[in-house]
Design a protein around this ligand. Structure first.
Ligand code: DLL
Length: 449
């Protein structure tokens, strides 16, 4: 697929580095002049803006964290007066007030550009139709993808999330080439098409650009087969800009997404010490905006666990690539002292053909012991093979083929991750599904008394 901005996306690394250094110096000076929070951060660290000469000086700066946005709610990190803003977005926090972010007109242009780059990397071309099923509204997904698709010259169907019947109807009648939504919602749509007897070849979609939540190769496979598409990863977060911080190339599809490094500078640091980690090592992704005007953010602690590589990919782009997010520091489940990320469990499920990549992890505390129940859907094929649709719950419990499968899953999880889980096998279609937005696959009931 053609590269959207070849002169920038394939900039030789020495020139890219020079551009980053220059932009970083400007961004730091700008934040220092205009945002009292950053003036205090630099002064607190004994730094003047001129002490940050290039990206290698970034580790001198402390991290900015979500809490800093919350503490300065709503506009405390903004660098422009409110009449110079063009748009506000917000992400819902798990507790309390949302995190508010802002954009100038110029920021919206950059936003559209990086999303256009992402869509082109995902397979889009001008004139193609995009069925945009990310939520519109305060969430950056809907409007973010929308602006980028228009910038690229696509035809956008701004359907937003939810109302699956209507989504199916629109896809069948308007025949879009591309879809954007969360990976879990793509699974929901794929299942609904199958339930209606629509074969993947009959679905007009060729490409899917999926993100906003962690996903794995197991989900990629189920969406690619179910919808008849090539699916790429889109990564982003509202604090930095929204979707389009990074995207995989459709020809590569190897789990590595190009980070648009001329606008967002990536570092990976140790989750506990905060020390920078070498390329290839998994840690927390930390991002610094290089060109933001409404809300510059220096060393933002994303909480997302990944690694980066500067090995060039096949597409010819020179920007660093990040691996699929393996979890968030705050998704981390500590089960009887063992660190577990839900995506690790998902990776194990991929190796077991009798089960589908639909599951729920339920954590309970029995007296003082953590109990993990893995509720796992049988694959359609295995479900039919064992005739489980004829079986009551008790029989499912007793059936030796299913008992053997439960043991197999529990052993694999124990061998690979080191925790004992109780496996419950459930019928296809009964684990929670995305109804349009991000899906929560973990129910942690341990602190409910
Ligand atoms: O989720 C922006 C977005 C919209 C990205 C549409 C992609 C597509 P927030 O609501 O601020 O923004 O949530 C950001 O979501 O820190 C990650 O933990 C997670 N996340 C986003 N994209 C991915 C991805 C949007 N591709 C938080 N893989 C981030 C894994 C992702 N996690």
């Amino acid at each position: 697929m053609p590269i959207f901005q070849p002169e920038l996306e394939t900039l030789p690394r020495p020139q890219l580095k020079a551009l980053q250094d220059e932009r970083l110096r400007e961004q730091v000076a700008y934040a220092y002049e205009r945002v009292p929070f950053y003036r205090a951060v630099l002064e607190g660290a004994g730094l003047k803006p001129s002490d940050i000469r290039g990206v290698e000086d970034l580790p001198k700066l402390p991290f900015t964290r979500k809490k800093d946005l919350r503490d300065t709610y709503p506009f405390g990190l903004f660098a422009v007066p409110r009449h110079q803003l063009a748009r506000i977005h917000a992400s819902s926090g798990t507790t309390g007030k949302p995190t508010v972010v802002g954009y100038t007109r110029g920021d919206l242009e950059v936003f559209a550009e990086v999303v256009a780059r992402s869509l082109a990397a995902a397979g889009a071309e001008p004139g193609m139709m995009l069925h945009n099923a990310y939520g519109y509204g305060l969430f950056t997904g809907g409007l973010g993808l929308h602006g980028g698709a228009e910038r690229l010259g696509m035809v956008v169907v701004p359907v937003s999330g939810g109302m699956t019947d209507r989504q199916i109807l629109l896809i069948q009648d308007l025949r879009p080439e591309m879809i954007s939504c969360t990976p879990s919602y793509a699974q929901t749509l794929a299942e609904e098409f199958r339930r209606r007897g629509v074969a993947p070849e009959e679905i007009s979609l060729q490409y899917a650009v999926l993100g906003a939540e962690p996903w794995t190769e197991a989900i990629r496979k189920s969406v690619e087969e179910g919808l008849g598409v090539k699916a790429t990863n889109i990564y982003g977060l509202s604090e930095i800009i929204g979707p389009g911080v990074a995207n995989e190339d459709v020809g590569e599809r190897d789990g590595l997404s190009y980070i648009w490094e001329d606008h967002f500078y990536p570092e990976v640091v140790h989750p506990e010490t905060g020390e920078p980690l070498p390329e290839g090592q998994v840690g927390v992704l930390v991002l610094t905006t290089l060109t933001k005007k409404a809300m510059p953010v220096l060393r933002y602690w994303t909480g997302d666990l990944t690694y980066i590589t500067r090995e060039p990919g096949a597409s010819g782009r020179t920007h660093a690539r990040m691996a699929q997010v393996q979890g968030r520091t705050d998704d981390l489940l500590i089960v009887r002292g063992v660190n577990v990320y839900p995506t690790q469990i998902e990776a194990v499920l991929l190796q077991i053909p009798e089960v589908a990549p639909h599951y729920q992890i339920v954590l309970k505390r029995e007296r003082t012991m953590d109990e993990v129940e893995l509720k796992l859907e049988l694959s359609e094929a295995f479900f039919r093979e064992v005739g489980a649709q004829m079986l009551s719950d008790e029989v499912i419990e007793a059936d030796h083929r299913l008992a053997a499968l439960r043991d197999k899953v529990a052993h694999k999880v124990k061998d690979n991750i080191g925790v004992s889980v109780r496996v419950s096998l459930i019928a296809p279609g009964t684990a929670p599904r995305s109804e349009g937005g991000k899906l929560k696959r973990v129910a942690d009931l341990r602190n409910l008394g």
